[in-house]
Design a protein around this ligand. Structure first.
Ligand code: SAM
Ligand code: SF4
Length: 453
């Protein structure tokens, strides 16, 4: 049936699942679809187009997508002009199959197809159902600058690379994001210059393994040089990056932490396990002691560095001793925060064929023990910040709207009373209370000294 194009303006409801890469892709989706007349709405009930930008890193994230699609089915039955689309990692993994599984779905766009979205939406408006999941091996498709709907944004994500060549045995990312590919540094620098001209003060460089930026591209900068170039851009106050593979942290990158004040004192450095046997079976490419040596070198370069990490518990064959080794890694590293997951078997990955799978009870029990210990460590580190003065980049109003909110260099959220004139500024804040997920502060008086991290 031919669909009639709804009257302008058309509403886009976009639901984003998963990592910061997806959040960044969603910004690009919003910008691309604005060009063909779609503006975001907060209520799917008023949308002409509903898109799900999905994640398939764990089975739970994947099944969520089907739950959400189920919710929109009734509306679609009532209003055939509604367009429903799925993008991101589940779309890449399932492709055409998704159109067959979900008969009321109009379009499927894979992780390399963002730039084709306006065309796909127009086709859906004409009643055509399409799935596009080809991998495109040129970096030009990554040069989608999100259009400025961000007047007033202080901090922005910048994708510097996509894909991954590491093939950790548990991970689906190389299969759904494709081989690692770096954007040209000239494009990245132009994009950041445009951002700073609009008032952006902080950028977070994104990629699955940012440390290997440029290594596969002849005549391209390497990651540490890219950071140095960005630090020299007028108006850039802070640089962050994620994610780092511990094996690929170079001495040049460590030197950046010692030498560049704009590089924030925080690193997300996923260990995944504290046991050498498990790390080897995960195909991580480093041992526990190599990981700890990297942590020590980073802390020597930047003593106040705060670290976060990722841990997977219940990997096939993980013994109680292996798990104890992971618990003891927490004691040695003292992460300020940890993202911890129960191992989830993923199609196509090497570990899907491993024997010695653990029961759900054992996996869940280990996760709870790990998270209990981490909560204590987080509380101790954050309690120790009470009374210190932190330099905070003020990003806006707090969720309740009655305070200012921003982040410390170490990436802890701080809320404090203050004049909105401070939004976009670096302000020294004395921490007066630590909550599990945020800090409460007050503007620092001149007679105190700054001890921030
Ligand atoms: N590139 C990053 C790295 O090397 O650490 C991680 C990217 S991945 C999207 C984010 C995290 O999800 C991983 O660090 C890992 O802890 C977790 N993860 C990935 N695959 C998983 C699986 N099959 N089961 C459970 N957790 C998984
Ligand atoms: Fe997945 Fe490993 Fe690549 Fe990270 S480095 S995206 S965990 S394969």
């Amino acid at each position: 049936m031919i669909k009639t194009t709804p009257q302008e303006p058309k509403g886009l409801y976009l639901e984003t699942f998963g990592c910061q890469m997806n959040v960044s892709d969603s910004e690009k989706i919003v910008s691309l679809l604005r060009e063909v007349g779609y503006h975001t709405v907060d209520d799917p009930g008023t949308a002409d187009l509903i898109l799900l930008n999905t994640c398939s890193v764990r089975a739970k994230a994947e099944s969520k997508v089907y739950d959400y699609l189920g919710r929109y089915k009734v509306r679609k039955m009532r209003d055939d002009r509604l367009i429903i689309g799925v993008g991101g990692c589940v779309a890449q993994q399932e492709g055409e199959r998704l159109l067959k599984k979900v008969p009321y779905l109009d379009l499927v766009f894979g992780t390399h197809s963002l730039h084709l979205l306006p065309e796909l939406v127009r086709a859906a408006e004409r009643g055509e159902r399409r799935a596009v999941t080809d991998f495109i091996d040129t970096e030009t498709r990554l040069n989608l600058f999100p259009e400025a709907d961000d007047t007033g944004a202080v901090s922005r994500f910048v994708t510097i690379m996509q894909g991954c060549d590491n093939f950790c045995s548990y991970c689906i990312v190389p299969y759904v994001r494709g081989r690692e590919i770096s954007r040209r540094s000239a494009e990245i620098i132009t994009e950041i210059r445009e951002m700073t001209a609009r008032g952006v003060k902080e950028v977070t460089l994104l990629g699955q393994n940012v440390n290997s930026y440029g290594l596969k591209t002849p005549d391209e900068l390497h990651f540490a040089d890219l950071i140095r170039r960005i630090a020299a851009i007028d108006g850039i106050e802070r640089i962050r990056f994620t994610t780092s593979h511990p094996r690929d942290i170079s001495p040049e990158l460590i030197a950046c932490f010692a030498e560049l004040p704009a590089l924030c004192g925080h690193i997300h450095l996923p260990a995944q396990s504290g046991s050498d046997e498990v790390l080897a079976r995960m195909n991580r490419g480093y041992t526990r002691s190599e990981y700890l040596a990297t942590v020590a070198a980073l802390r020597e370069a930047r003593p106040a560095l705060l670290m976060t990490g990722d841990i997977i518990v219940g990997f096939p064959g993980e013994t109680e001793d292996d798990f104890e080794a992971t618990l003891s890694l927490l004691e040695e590293v003292r992460y300020v925060d940890l993202f911890s997951f129960v191992y989830s078997e993923r199609p196509e990955t090497a570990a899907a064929g491993f024997s010695d799978r653990l029961t759900r009870t054992v996996k869940q029990g280990r996760l709870e023990r790990l998270q209990r210990r981490q909560r204590e460590i987080t509380r101790d580190i954050c309690d120790a910040m009470v009374g210190t003065v932190q330099r905070v980049l003020v990003e806006g109003l707090s969720r309740r709207g009655d305070q200012l909110t921003g982040r410390t260099e170490g990436n802890r959220v701080v809320n404090f009373a203050g004049d909105p004139v401070h939004i976009g500024q670096l302000v020294d804040v004395t921490i007066i209370h630590a909550y599990p997920n945020s800090l409460l502060g007050e503007i620092h008086r001149e007679d105190e000294t700054c001890t921030g991290r």
